[in-house]
Design a protein around this ligand. Sequence first.
Ligand SMILES: [Fe+2]
Ligand SMILES: [Fe+2]
Length: 215
Amino acid sequence: MSKEPLNRYVEHGVDAAPCSPMEPPEARADPTVEQIPFESLVLPLRELLEEHQEYEKVLNVFEKSLLELKQKEWRFSPEISSGLKRFFQFQDERMIGHHRKEEKCVFPFLREKFLATGEHSPTGKPVTPVEVMEDDHLELGQSACLVFNLLGLAPRLEDAKSRNVLFEHAFNLGQEIVERMRLHIYKENTVIFPLAQQLISEDEWGVIGKMMQEI
Ligand SMILES: [Fe+2]
Ligand SMILES: [Fe+2]
């Protein structure tokens, strides 16, 4: 197995595989990591992958709602409000739990394997691809919170110029969340999860499965 793709993620974080609407990430699955069909994945990974699929749908609606809001010059419609609300609700009710399952159950085992096989940054405190994923989780939570607050505050401002600045900032940050999380999901689906299945033993998956149920 080549170390190149993983070390690239460690060194460059989210910029390692830039996303373009003209070239969807699915078309560029890393050829050095063997892909595993859904039916052959261990149950804990299937569960996480299904949650990704649900989240991608919510992200699509969130992106569409933000675009419509901008097109309507920052005037909310019931449809826009419900698309935005769905994202923030999903974020609170489902994604926090999803990230907890990854961080508390799967990643500790995977981090150990990466450290044992030398898949980490070459100098200083060892950084593995797991830490890169955890940084994404943290930043997503912070950005989502900021967008939520900006969208709540902007309509209350009387000064049109200031209102537009806040809406514009919320819009850009929201778009960033969508792109970053699509890329994050792509990396987990095509690199992190296949490697996790390869490196973590059957017994360990048994433990992970139990931990995920209790979380
Ligand atoms: Fe994740
Ligand atoms: Fe995930």
